[in-house]
Design a binder for this molecule. Structure first.
Ligand code: B12
Ligand code: SF4
Length: 538
């Protein structure tokens, strides 16, 4: 069997399913079709599709599984699934969060759809196909009408996560398709970070924009306790084994929704003591501003905690409470930020913009909160994705705030769906206002931008909302400078004014000269500022 992950070379889902299939004696290969890189998203090329179909024809599996981890890649998955069924003899199964919410839709493009966790279902399906048995009544699976048209119940959750084999990692039958190339080998070994989770569905919150509450409260209602923890032993053994295969691993990233939340008694103490002693690598977690405590961070830091990412989502308490169902106060957010700062932990904060209720209030509050957060930190500004099954999507559709084709961002080109830091200044007043806010919020997170200047810009908001272009250029320049160490004038201009960027594209020598002049001015400005800064410290 073959399993394909889309835009996700660290996909835990296909790695876990592959390990279960192999443990049950089946052959399984993995294909990582395109990578998930926030700033480097590239569309699928015809050559990449041809490479995928060529590989599938060569390996000739009976069954191909596509993981639809998110709704944002649903149309890509459907297109690939249709073509796999057309051009190979393999049957196709779709699984993941999206096909769990919308199985009827997924079934139009596949022979089978898996709802919910797939470890046992995929093994039972592979067994049935291998032995020529009926595939009709496998719990979690829906089948096509011509396969019996069965809609089987979701089985109870696997209670003991330690009973599952370690996720497949650095195995030889792994392929990567990216940049018009097909390479053999696990792309996860190309980076020094190892990704894993200590728990599943542990988050106790019910944010309106998130797909997790639906999984816990609807799909798995009455099917067992969704929050499950692996034993510390199991986690550490997995990391030790992975490290033997990938000695270049320097960091462990835990992808638990909220790390260690409501963990079993004594779990965190054991984890901290043993992680330091037996693994001794720095690690990162996701957390929640309402839950961080000084004692917990102190303890985790001693164990090697280096980085925390938290969704703050909105700087406006009103938006958090009335739209997002997030109960924490501004004071709690700032207190968490200060705890992390005091302990020298690297921090990333995620914010959501383009919320169709209280939009101005959201941006104003977010700007003010970002100005108060202790520097330095990373910021992610994400446009709200309306995911199927979420409370916010139901409400937005009912109130006519969005059209059905906007759900899952299906009306946008694939690459734009993942873009963060959006500040394109279009022609409409609404576009210009959001360009103003998004670039101002981003600049507020940059430690090298003077705060007093930003407050001035904020006060002149009415003017900058009409002419946001200088701010957009500044934000885009700050972003490229920070990410690449280079100032990319064309890119910055293109974000602010495609017309002007087009002019320079038609006159490249003028463009290069202007770029050099701006860079020289910036360097001069920075050395003067640096000199002033040093002399003021002396
Ligand atoms: C960790 C995580 C990530 C990680 C990695 C994801 C991964 N799967 O490895 C990162 C940070 C990269 C990520 C990115 C994104 N994520 Co995410 N992520 C999660 C999280 C918290 C845990 C997922 C996980 O690793 N679980 C453990 C693994 C082993 O299980 P699993 O992925 O759930 O897969 C099981 C089943 O779904 C099923 N299954 C999955 N695929 C297949 C395939 C077949 C053939 C079969 C039979 C079964 C099957 O079996 C698996 C094993 O039981 C979930 C929340 C949750 N509770 O699920 C959100 C979640 C899945 N993510 C979500 C979203 C929206 C995204 C992003 C779009 C965010 C963004 N705007 O960029 C991207 C999309 C990336 C992509 N290319 O699709 C949504 C999906 C909801 C939806 N309807 O779309 C969730 C539910 C949370 C949310 N925010 O709403 N995510
Ligand atoms: S805290 Fe995170 S994982 Fe939990 S419901 Fe909210 S967004 Fe989803």
């Amino acid at each position: 069997m073959g399993l394909i992950a889309l835009y996700l070379s660290e996909s835990l889902a296909v790695r876990q399913l592959c390990a279960c299939l192999k443990a049950a004696g089946h052959r399984c290969f993995l294909v990582f079709f395109k990578e998930f890189r926030w700033e480097l998203f590239r569309p699928v090329t015809p050559r990449e599709e041809a490479l995928l179909f060529g590989l599938l024809r060569e390996l000739d599996p009976d069954l191909v599984g596509l993981s639809l981890t998110s709704s944002l890649v649903a149309d890509l998955a459907y297109k690939l699934a249709d073509n796999i069924r057309r051009h190979t003899r393999a049957k196709v199964i779709l699984g993941g969060a999206h096909s769990s919410v919308l199985p009827e839709e997924a079934l139009e493009h596949a022979d089978f759809v898996c709802r919910g966790e797939g470890e046992e279902a995929i093994v039972e399906l592979a067994d049935a196909i291998a032995c020529g048995r009926s595939t009709d009544s496998i719990p979690n699976l829906w089948t096509k009408p011509n396969e019996g048209g069965r809609r089987n119940e979701v089985r109870p959750l696997v209670e003991d996560l330690d009973s599952l084999p370690f996720a497949s990692f650095a195995e030889p039958d792994t392929y990567r398709i990216e940049d018009d190339r097909l390479d053999r080998g696990d792309p996860a070994t190309l980076i020094p970070i190892y990704h894993t989770t200590a728990s599943r569905m542990a988050c106790p919150f019910n944010c309106t924009f998130c797909g997790s509450p639906w999984l816990r409260r609807v799909l798995y209602a009455g099917k067992g306790q969704p929050r499950r923890y692996r034993s510390v032993d199991h986690i550490l053994s997995e990391i030790r084994q992975a490290r033997l295969r990938h000695p270049g691993m320097h960091f462990v990233q835990f992808w638990d929704e909220v790390f260690a939340v409501r963990a079993p008694e004594g779990w965190l103490d054991e984890f901290c003591a043993r992680f330091l002693r037996e693994i001794g690598l720095p690690f990162g977690i996701w957390s929640h501003p309402g839950l961080l405590t000084e004692a917990m961070i102190e303890q985790l830091k001693r164990a090697g905690l280096r980085k925390v990412v938290m969704g703050v989502e909105s700087g406006s308490q009103q938006v958090r409470r009335e739209v997002l169902n997030r109960g924490e106060t501004d004071a709690a957010v700032i207190r968490s930020a200060e705890i992390l700062r005091r302990h020298g932990i690297e921090v990333g904060y995620d914010f959501i913009v383009d919320i169709p209720w209280l939009s101005e209030e959201n941006c104003r509050g977010t700007f003010k909160l970002v100005m108060q957060l202790p520097q330095p930190f990373e910021i992610g500004i994400h446009s709200l994705s309306f995911l199927p099954g979420t409370e916010i999507t139901t409400r937005a559709l009912a109130e006519g705030k969005i059209r059905p084709e906007q759900v899952s961002r299906a009306d946008q080109p694939l690459i734009e769906r993942f873009e963060s830091h959006l500040w394109k200044s279009g022609l409409s007043a609404r576009d210009r206002a959001s360009a103003f806010w998004h670039s101002l919020i981003y600049l507020a997170a940059m430690p090298f931008v003077p705060k007093r200047l930003l407050w001035q810009v904020y006060r002149l908001g009415a003017l900058f909302k009409l002419f946001p272009q200088p701010l957009v250029v500044a934000a885009e320049a700050a972003r490229t400078w920070k990410d690449t160490g280079r100032f990319k004038l064309w890119q910055a201009l293109n974000a602010a004014s495609p017309g002007l960027a087009g002019f320079f594209a038609r006159h490249p020598s003028l463009g290069r000269a202007t770029n050099r002049a701006v860079r020289a001015t910036l360097r001069l400005g920075m050395s003067v500022c640096g000199g002033l800064h040093q002399s003021s410290r002396r």
